[in-house]
Design a protein around this ligand. Sequence first.
Ligand SMILES: [Zn+2]
Length: 201
Amino acid sequence: MSKRIAGPEIERLIQLLAKLPGLGPRSARRAALHLVKKKDQLLIPLAGAFAEAADKVRICSTCGNVDTSEPCTICTDPRRDGTTLVVVEDVSDLWALERAAVLNARYHVLGGTLSPLDGIGPDDLNIAGLVSRVAKGEVTEVVLAVNATVEGQTTAHYITDQLAGLNVKVTRLAHGVPVGGELDYLDEGTLAAAMRSRTAF
Ligand SMILES: [Zn+2]
């Protein structure tokens, strides 16, 4: 058994930090040491920010986004185009698309993908909420911005079927050559998809 080098409070801090994505035990120790050394500048303000966020974080009942207001900031922003709805698997995908800043649309977060092997069916995802949002009539286009995985595409097909009776255009992201990508390095599946979705130059 390894010798303990710090009190239980610091050990607990290290254990919790190590659960964060991108932080292993080694970087968690470094982060914890940095925090306790910078108690006034970092540890205390961060503890306050954590407590406040923990108190206020909600899941938006309209779109499934995570925010400190309900409905969320995106759903209540009057400058966003309410006729285009972008469907994503996770909030991280929403943030990624917002960073790309191509559409000024609203979102719908599914909370995962259909995966029969893992026991995840339509009722485990926010799909019924999507259908009822679209059924209200304001949305004219649903963009399926799901991952280019088997589960993502299965989910996209299922949603397309569910929306079939409604008067809405359903689109999906193009699959193909990444910006800055070299053809020689791409896998055959990506190349084939890029060739199938070729556009006029
Ligand atoms: Zn929302």
